[in-house]
Design a protein around this ligand. Structure first.
Ligand code: SD4
Length: 337
């Protein structure tokens, strides 16, 4: 497992090629969006649209998102639908149903979503509802607010017709019982593999949206909320510039307002890769940084469709679906010692 992994979904090969090349042939068009795609083609030959990227190894989720994009769906629909795949996957123990609980045995979810207009919605400490990302979207679209928490978020979800479910699966209950024997609280993110999902998509119109959903740190303190539902930390999108999502130890992302930082660095002219690297630098270069003991990873995309990813430690990966190829790409990382 400890090597570069490429997973190509042959069945879907070809799905995204036509769009990019047909748009690039419209060089004489007055259309601003097409011009932007043209610029992308000169700076990054791989930057054809639509595209979707996500944190970790989630090819089923990116495949779902691409299905939406290929059917002329919006980036917003794509990221919501993509994230829902992992939320429903009971085997993934860090998101949605099957997520590992807090130290008291409660599964609590954090999620957010952001659209091309800069609108956003978020839920924190949501219980008993699998599709936190969809509740976040409802907060964005059907309330005058950005964020709903705890009981209020649950009540809102139920009023919106979401189903009440027990999110603590037998497997997660078993893991929690085993953890309780020693009850050691050490909020260290598993740096090998994870399922917390942050997703960014650019649709055929060149519009960007993003979403993020998680059950947060396993065995966290009751009431703990991480970076994932915090706009600017776990996720940020500016349709003129690009988007970023974070994964890993949320406290460290929040302290540096990581995703907003990455987008602002891209605004200043950095590539997505350079911006992710600099944002990780802000964490590891702090005096007395304890970075050897935790993981943080960022993925980012800019308006041209160029992508980047970077983490503190090895084995963070990004899943990318573009030009008919759905692949897991290992990230470069800081701690090479
Ligand atoms: C959190 N950032 O709650 C989330 C956890 C995560 O990969 O992303 N894990 O801190």
């Amino acid at each position: 497992m400890k090597r570069r992994i490429f997973i190509k979904n042959a069945a879907l090969t070809g799905a995204g090629v036509a769009v990019g090349s047909s748009l690039l042939s419209c060089a004489d068009s007055e259309n601003k969006e097409n011009k932007e795609l043209e610029i992308a083609s000169t700076t990054n030959s791989k930057a054809s649209l639509p595209l979707v990227i996500a944190t970790w190894h989630v090819i089923d989720a990116t495949a779902k998102a691409m299905e939406v994009l290929e059917a002329d769906g919006t980036a917003l629909d794509a990221v919501e639908q993509g994230c829902r795949v992992e939320e429903a996957n009971e085997k993934g123990q860090s998101v949605g149903k099957g997520g590992l609980p807090d130290r008291e045995g409660n599964v609590t979810l954090d999620a957010c979503i952001m659209d091309k207009h800069g609108n956003c919605g978020s839920v924190v400490y949501l219980q008993n509802i699998t599709h936190a990302v969809s509740v976040a979207r409802k907060v964005m679209e059907d309330t005058p607010h950005v964020m709903l928490a705890g009981k209020g978020a649950e009540q809102f979800a139920l009023e919106q017709g979401f189903k009440k479910e027990n999110l603590l699966t037998e497997a997660s209950k078993k893991a929690w019982s085993a953890w309780k024997v020693e009850s050691k609280y050490k909020p260290i993110i598993n740096i090998e593999n994870h399922d917390t999902i942050g997703m960014l998509a650019i649709d055929k119109n060149g519009d960007i949206s993003g979403a993020c959903t998680t059950s947060g740190l396993a065995y966290k303190m009751a009431g703990r909320v991480g970076d994932s539902p915090i706009i600017g930390s776990g996720l940020f999108v500016d349709n003129e510039i690009g988007g970023c999502v974070a994964t890993g130890l949320g406290e460290e992302v929040v302290k540096t307002v990581g995703s907003f930082l990455v987008v602002e660095l891209m605004r200043q002219g950095k590539s997505p890769q350079q911006a992710c690297e600099e944002a990780i630098g802000r964490i590891v270069n702090k005096p007395n940084s304890d970075y050897k003991n935790f993981q943080v990873g960022y993925i980012a995309v800019n308006k041209k469709g160029e992508t980047g990813s970077y983490s503190i430690h090895q084995w963070f990966s990004m899943t990318k679906f573009q030009d008919g190829v759905n692949e897991q790409i290992q990230s470069d990382f800081f701690n090479k010692a």
